[in-house]
Design a protein around this ligand. Structure first.
Ligand SMILES: [Zn+2]
Length: 258
């Protein structure tokens, strides 16, 4: 599996960081995980966006995880007009998200009627709402969902392929559910918005605790707000008190292979 970090920041991060977004590649399968502000542009630096087959959304009530859906869909719609790209661009993308996503999606379609009518007329997307304990099976990929502890409903995801796995916390406080989801995983992408925990988010300590309790191989601290971004050594030191494995501070366009 190949993972590209497309956005490791939050709305207050520097211009070096886009909001939440990741690209997972397993052979020819290309899956986006969240699609926050700026992520679409970084996606274009890595692959042609029409190659994306699926999007897993952690939570859609916080815009920093979903804001680039309109430009992504706009690109896909416009590319269907170009003969060179038409065949691939016309393949639908499946959006996987929690309950009530369709309702949110319908509200967006009212805001941008030209775009969303085109997308719907061309059948460019499918939507699947997920239960917190659902398991999704795609060719050569198993995805397990879990409810995270956040200020709004949020799903964490575990992506598995041939004995390797990547877990994404979305936005999350420490919870037994996250430890369970991350059990023995190769990579944990963990919400470390600020160095210290606050409502709805872990700090470096909690990220380290989850990584230790779950026996994670590599802990990636991501979703880095201003203070976290400015103090990467401190984050590593704090997390390192609780977790003795490998710790990486996420950067946009960083690539990880497992
Ligand atoms: Zn959030």
């Amino acid at each position: 599996m190949k993972l590209a970090i497309l956005g490791s920041g939050v709305p207050t991060s520097s211009s070096k960081k886009c909001n939440s977004g990741y690209l997972l590649e397993v052979g020819k399968i290309k899956i986006l995980i969240d699609l926050g502000n700026g992520v679409f542009k970084n996606l274009q630096k890595v692959i042609n966006p029409i190659e994306v087959q699926g999007l897993f959304v952690s939570h859609f009530l916080h815009q920093d995880h979903i804001n680039d859906l309109p430009p992504f869909l706009s690109y896909k719609g416009l590319m269907t007009k170009r003969a060179k790209f038409r065949k691939n661009a016309k393949k639908p993308v499946t959006i996987f998200a929690g309950k009530s996503f369709k309702q949110s999606f319908n509200l967006w379609s009212q805001l941008f009627p030209v775009l969303f009518t085109r997308v719907q007329d061309l059948n460019l997307i499918k939507i699947k709402e997920l239960n917190p304990k659902q398991i999704v099976r795609l060719p050569s990929l198993k995805i397990t969902c879990a409810q995270m502890k956040h200020t709004v409903p949020c799903l964490g995801y575990r992506f598995e392929h041939k004995g390797k796995s990547i877990v994404y916390s979305g936005d999350a406080e420490y919870s037994k559910e996250l430890v369970q989801l991350a059990k023995n995983t190769d990579i944990l992408l963990a919400d470390c918005t600020k160095p210290e925990a606050f409502t709805g988010h872990m700090g470096a300590k909690e990220c380290g605790q989850v990584a230790r309790e779950a026996n994670v191989k590599t802990l990636v601290l991501t979703h880095l707000g201003m203070e976290s971004e400015q103090n990467p050594k401190m984050l590593k030191q704090i997390a390192g008190k609780y977790f003795k494995g490998k710790i990486i501070i996420a950067k946009d366009l960083m690539k990880l292979n497992i």
